[in-house]
Ligand binder design. Sequence first.
Ligand code: PHE
Ligand code: NA
Length: 499
Amino acid sequence: MTEREQWGTRAGFILAAIGSAVGLGNIWRFPYVAYENGGGAFFLPYLFALLTAGIPLLIMEFTLGQKYRGSAPLTYARLNKKAEWIGWWQVAISFVISTFYAVIIAWAIAYTFFSIRLSWGNNPEQFLQESYLQISNPGEFGSLVPNVLIPLVIIWVVTLLIMFKGIKRGIELANRICLPILLIMFLTLVIRALTLEGAALGLESFFNPDWEKMKDPSVWIAAYGHIFFSLSVGFAIMITYSSYLPKKSDINNNAFITGFSNSSFELLAGIGVFAALGFMATQAGVSVDEVANAGITLAFVVFPEIINSFPGFNGFFGVLFFGSLVMAGITSLISIIETYIAGIQDKFKVSRTKAVIFGGGLSALVSLLYATQGGLFLLDTVDYFVNQFGIAVAGLVSVIVVAWFLKKLPDLQKHTNSMSDFKIGIWWRICLGVVTPVILGYMMIQNFILNFRNNYAEYPLSFLLSAGWAVALGVLVVGILFSLKKWKKDPQKSLDEGG
Ligand code: PHE
Ligand code: NA
């Protein structure tokens, strides 16, 4: 058996982990989630979730991958044969996410070009829905939309080429190129936004804490949900990436660097976006609340509006914004695809090329569904259900199984401490074994109740059953089915042989 591929350098691994974490979530998701959940009051729950769940889980996943040296399914199989299904479940979730994540990047590519001539005109919302996406009704697919299809094909070609090249010459190199570009483009944009008239007004509303809201459990739920999504934990990604680490590597430091880099970027995005919203509110003579409450369309509706009213170089700043989304998105997309490439390679003993063709090819095909006129509703629903009832539930299950059923936390702690400069203590086991299961478990139950009572986004129930619940349940079933197939070679033995 050939040696498992490895990162070229330590920095290569950290860059890739940061590249995965920093994504669309930081730029369009965090600002509106923070704002909706009490602005400044969101930071406390956010920090709490980061320190008690996000980083501890990141350390757990890094340690698992580095110690057991396999894709998520192989890692869980080596941990315990009965736990393999968790790995496949996470891989199946990642597969589903990759199908629509690619589509959002495709929109961003299109919007990068639209920026040049401000093609969205005076009514970006109408432009998005009617001219660009040509949306129909939930559950109706209509025909393929060429303006989505073309950038989608481009993004798949680029991404799959990166995947063919492998860890060092593909993923590591792509991150080395995309991340510096992202940082420069985004910093330029944020600095410009901060110097706009009215910026202070926007920041004030972003940082102004609404303390009443902190008593609301849903704020805490949102903080946990966002931390999981934002750090890419619970998706098999960090396990997969750390399986390519050398046999001796510092884990604890890497986890903290990744976690804090991601949060810094998120804060930066929040500051930039709200400074710009403050500017827009000032221009329109309304309060920031009126322009900020835009939910997931913030990036593709409110931003074009902001760009329209920029005092100069409008097209340039539009390119910076949507270009940032593309750069941040690509490095996250490749991390999520690598989970199933690695899983297929490990279990079916096929070459990387074959795994990319089958896994990536299938994902590309499925993603065409979102390039149809019904794509927006489908994407919105799948995104919501896979996040709430996929990632979060799978993350919770993995913690409970590792901590309580397999009782592996002391082992893992010893392993990571033996290699890391700074040591993690008992707090790590308490966070993972007690705090996270209790709070996340409570969040889960609340969330199920909420969704049984109210139809998400008031979509028809039949649509939610097929595009939402069936997908969330389907990833679990697919995960279990994959774990039933026998390994060609005993996973336990191949670890001892150093495979
Ligand atoms: N962490 C990424 C972000 O903040 C989201 C992501 C999710 C990336 C799933 C890869 C996979 O956008
Ligand atoms: Na993130």
